[in-house]
Design a protein around this ligand. Structure first.
Ligand code: FES
Length: 322
């Protein structure tokens, strides 16, 4: 993974909780070009894992044929989080930052049907970039931007410019402001492609309606910002690694992948959000508690594979083919 040495060139407070942070190459040269939907992983002092932030690429002027002059990020402050957003909100112009080169796990696809872009909260960052790209390409699209209130809608001016006439705001604190996903999805042309970026509950709702409507999976694209988080009622469980014979305890507030790493193993993973499938491990005994968005319903029902970055156990013990 290419690591970039960057410097903060500008910081702006966009809403009470969201800051825009602009980063340029420390050596003054152009940064690797990228596309709507891409993210960078920023190293955070004191945290083992870098934090992923989508790039805001609505400014066409920031792109040159040789690369991109700057990367803009939108970061929502999570006061109770692990510390990534607090670090980002503490950055000042001139500070140094290390980040991975952009990678795009949430690209716009080629399709003739309209794109329906749905953003929840800070999920607007890749959606704004997509709106700009679709507008530039002359492709049909609409944007639904959901937030708890209008004052929490970051990048609104840019979004209104990029999605003029195709934008609907859903401020939950206004009468009828909440987006009715079921009604929206039921009324869409069936060749529409949905792009969703927002909190887990929004994605879960979209997935539930997509099942009801038999929405083709290939027409549903999404990205979560959240990594694995403990849920109410989570219990510790035991894992046995059949190949090595190791037996480890997975506490209620840790993932299998975390426990394996702490024990000196080298588990494969990437997204740590249950989306990419990289961390799949065969289950030899026990009942997985699937929390990922990668396995199909039938694969989950079969219980033969688990995504160790996020899923847990319904049984007291899992035996894994590791
Ligand atoms: S690391 Fe991506 S699904 Fe687990």
């Amino acid at each position: 993974m290419e690591i970039l040495d960057l410097v903060v060139s500008d910081v702006r407070q966009l809403t009470p909780l969201v800051r825009q942070i602009t980063l340029r190459a420390a050596n003054g040269q152009a940064l690797p070009a990228t596309q709507a939907g891409a993210h960078v992983k920023v190293s955070v002092p004191g945290l083992d894992e870098p934090r992923s932030y989508s790039l805001v690429l609505a400014q066409a002027e920031s792109c040159t044929s040789g690369g991109v002059q700057a990367y803009r990020l939108g970061v929502r402050l999570e006061p109770e989080g692990a510390g990534g957003s607090r670090y980002m909100h503490g950055l000042q112009a001139g500070d140094s930052v290390r980040a991975s080169a952009p990678r795009n796990d949430f690209p716009l696809q080629d399709h003739a049907g309209p794109a329906v872009l749905i953003a929840g909260g800070i999920g607007i960052t890749p959606i704004l970039s997509m709106a700009g790209a679709l507008r530039e390409a002359g492709r049909p699209f609409q944007v639904r931007y959901c937030a708890s209130g209008r004052e929490h809608m970051a990048f609104l001016d840019e979004l209104q410019a990029a999605a003029d006439g195709c934008l609907t705001l859903h401020a939950a604190d206004t009468p009828d402001g909440r987006l009715e996903l079921a009604a929206l999805m039921a009324g869409l042309p069936r060749d529409s492609h949905l792009y969703v970026c927002g909190p887990r509950r929004m994605l879960d709702e979209v997935l539930e309606h997509s099942k009801t409507l038999a929405w083709p999976a290939c027409q549903l694209h999404f990205e979560l910002f959240e990594t694995a988080a403990p849920q109410a009622g989570d219990q510790p469980f035991e894992i046995e690694l059949r190949q090595s014979g190791m037996v480890l305890q997975v506490p209620a507030d840790q993932t299998i992948a975390d426990v394996l790493e702490a024990a000196g193993c080298d588990p494969m993973y990437d997204c740590k959000r249950g989306e990419c499938g990289v961390c799949s491990v065969d289950v030899l005994e026990g009942i997985p508690d699937h929390r990922d968005y990668f396995l199909s319903d039938s694969e989950k029902a079969a219980g033969k594979v688990i995504q160790i970055c996020i899923s847990r156990a319904k049984s007291p013990r899992l035996v894994l083919d590791l």
